[in-house]
Design a protein around this ligand. Structure first.
Ligand code: MRU
Length: 347
């Protein structure tokens, strides 16, 4: 089943409701643009590639929902929704890209019906391509793993973070399909626990031998020699040099990725980033990337139970920045690249 898709009967966006995992596997139908935006904000749908699809389907949803006298005024209304959808989460470049792709396609429509059709067609194409690219990433990345490797991963860059198959976990799935006995150590990934709630769920579903560790145990586990490779996804990759992050560029990914890259480096464990080329942002500088700060309640409470004094000030960044110097391999749908990277093929 796809993580996110178009429900043609109800003319709305259907998604796996990831807030309910692992207790309940259920789907949610976003029938309006505000419902879609809320779904992005509360992480019903999440993960950079899945957000790209959510953005494109969101534009299609807007096109189907809005009524207008002609295609010009319909497009104006869609543009208004599109900018709100793109702003729902700031860090993953894919959301904005998905919105833009569907909007650009819709602009060619000369009637309301054609505008709607083009927006939807663009979203469906983006979703299909996501699956194809993840399979290619998986196959290239699998070549980096040994026969009995243990992979550590952070957050969830699996099928549920994409339309299907996944990027980091796609590498694991492809390696196993190729006959390798890969097992996985999943970091819990505080504070929203995508590792324990989502990664372990999808790995167990696919019979991948899996162990869950609290984030704080990852250093010990590496020190004990249990990890052969660290494989993570990415929300935005910038290949521009920056004073703050080093000459070779930077990978924005789930908070905690940076410290795992440092640890992997310290223990000579290959640090692998698996991401589609659509995650590479050639037009922004690292300083322009907004790292999402999430609500303090995610730390003040754990599943509704108080976890800290209500008044304690909180910092809750959802992503961090890993200098490319710490990345051993970048796996895209075009192959495996070893930093330092030549920027031109990615522009
Ligand atoms: O806040 P989330 O759950 O959307 O964060 C997801 C991640 O950081 C993933 O690692 C990233 O989007 C890559 S998903 C293939």
């Amino acid at each position: 089943m796809r993580t996110i898709s178009w429900d043609a009967d109800r003319e709305c966006v259907e998604m796996v409701d990831q807030t309910a995992l692992p207790a309940d596997f259920r789907t949610y139908h976003a029938e309006t643009v505000p419902e879609l935006i809320e779904s992005i904000e509360i992480l019903r749908v999440r993960g950079a590639p899945a957000l790209g699809a959510a953005g494109a389907y969101g534009v299609a949803l807007s096109a189907h929902q809005r009524t207008a006298e002609n295609s010009g005024s319909l497009l104006e209304a869609i543009e208004d929704d599109a900018s709100k959808i793109a702003a729902a989460r700031p860090t993953a470049v894919n959301l904005e890209r998905g919105v833009t792709a569907a909007l650009e396609a819709a602009r060619d429509g000369e009637s309301n019906a054609v505008v709607r059709g083009l927006a939807l067609e663009s979203a469906e194409t983006l979703a299909d391509r996501d699956v194809e690219r993840n399979k290619a990433i998986g196959e290239y990345g699998a070549e980096l793993l040994g026969q009995d490797d243990t992979v550590m991963t952070h957050c969830n860059a699996g099928a549920l973070a994409t339309v299907d198959w996944g990027t980091a976990l796609g590498v694991v799935y492809s390696a196993r399909e190729a006959g390798k006995s890969i097992d996985v150590i999943a970091n819990e990934t505080r504070p929203l626990n995508q590792g324990s709630r989502i990664t372990t769920t999808e790995l167990m579903e696919r019979d991948v031998p899996t162990r869950l560790i609290p984030d704080n145990a990852s250093g010990l586990v590496m020190q004990e020699g249990e990890v052969d490779a660290l494989v993570v996804g990415a929300d935005r990759i910038i290949l521009d040099a920056a004073e703050q992050f080093g000459e070779q560029g930077v990978v924005f990914n789930k908070i905690g990725t940076y410290k795992h890259a440092v640890l992997a480096n310290r223990h000579d464990i290959p640090f692998i980033v698996a991401a589609p080329r659509s995650t590479i942002d050639a037009s922004s500088s690292p300083e322009e990337v907004q790292i999402e700060e999430r609500d303090p309640s995610e730390l003040h409470e754990i599943y509704g139970t108080q976890n800290a004094p209500k008044e304690v000030p909180v910092r809750n960044p959802a992503f961090d920045a890993t200098p490319m110097e710490l990345v051993d391999y970048l796996v895209t749908e075009r192959g495996v690249f070893e930093p330092p990277l030549d920027v031109s093929p990615f522009e």
